[in-house]
Design a protein around this ligand. Structure first.
Ligand SMILES: NC(=O)c1ccc[n+]([C@@H]2O[C@H](COP(=O)([O-])OP(=O)(O)OC[C@H]3O[C@@H](n4cnc5c(N)ncnc54)[C@H](O)[C@@H]3O)[C@@H](O)[C@H]2O)c1
Length: 251
């Protein structure tokens, strides 16, 4: 008997599902028989992904993840309209790339709002519903930056939010375990997405030189690991922080 990643009958929220790693996750969910709930600010791109997948296989909700109140409103609406949510993948994020002394209060606040408070606000709606259902799998996209203090592309503000996501994921894993709610974090390194498309050749070469596998990841290679943690193949795993970084971390 082969091993299958099966999302049949599962509803899976993917934030940032309109682009890059999120889009690859959404494609994986649908190809494994699941229903994807794409949450993104870019509604047009999200609708284009939905059309590619077949409209019956996915829904789109427009949310600005920098706004915690809006997140709560829309995520409550998702629960009302979609019923049980089996999986939440908090994947959307923005990068902050300037040296510490150039981080403005505005850039700090926006990075924290989207990358960390946004993850908290989404879970504040979905976690209690999963707990009540007695089943839930949450996967949060962190970053190698959250483990090593940034320095590849993302810098201090980015690293701080991703370390926060790692701590938050472990805390949810501890509290959720006895209710059937698992929570894991995945830490990618350089991945070929719109986020990293315009960094310039010098920076790109410097980052790749620090990756033992000697190349950036394809979004699908990150999505594969996120989907594993989202699936029941990972039924005995919670609170794990998975490096998907081409060998940078090795801890
Ligand atoms: N690409 C990399 O090299 C890399 C490395 C490590 C970690 N990550 C993490 O992976 C995740 C996905 O990154 P990606 O490279 O696919 O990025 P991306 O820029 O290709 O996609 C991000 C998606 O999030 C959405 N988004 C951004 N801000 C939003 C907001 N305020 N409200 C709602 N949606 C919003 C965008 O519209 C987009 O669809 C992020 O959390 C990122 O930090 C990426």
């Amino acid at each position: 008997m082969g091993i299958n990643m099966d999302f049949a009958g599962k509803k899976v929220i993917v934030t940032g599902g309109a682009s890059g790693i999120g889009k690859a996750i959404v494609e994986g969910v649908v190809s494994a028989g699941g229903y994807a709930v794409i949450v993104d600010l870019n509604e047009e791109a999200a609708e284009a992904v939905r059309s590619e997948l077949g409209k019956d296989n996915a829904a789109v909700y427009k949310v600005d993840l920098s706004d915690a109140e809006e997140i709560r409103t829309v995520f409550n609406c998702i629960l009302e309209e979609q019923g049980q949510i089996h999986v939440l993948i908090n994947n959307a994020g923005i990068v902050s790339t300037v040296p510490f002394e150039e981080v403005s209060q505005k850039e700090w606040d926006r990075t924290v709002a989207i990358n960390l408070t946004g993850v908290y606000a989404a879970m504040s709606v979905i976690y209690p519903a999963m707990k009540e259902a007695g089943y839930g799998r949450i996967v949060n996209t962190a970053s190698v930056a959250g483990k090593i203090g940034g320095g590849l592309l993302g810098t201090s503000a980015y690293a701080a939010t991703k370390s926060g996501v790692i701590g938050l994921s472990k805390a949810i894993a501890k509290e959720g375990a006895k209710y059937g709610v698992a929570c894991n974090a995945v830490c990618p390194s350089l991945t070929k997405t719109p986020m990293t498309a315009n960094m310039g050749e010098e920076k790109y070469n410097r980052i790749v030189a620090g990756i033992p596998l000697g190349r950036p990841a394809d979004p699908k290679e990150i999505a594969n690991v996120i989907l594993f943690y989202a699936s029941d193949l990972a039924s005995f795993v919670t609170g794990e922080v998975a490096d998907v970084d081409g060998g940078i971390t090795m801890d």
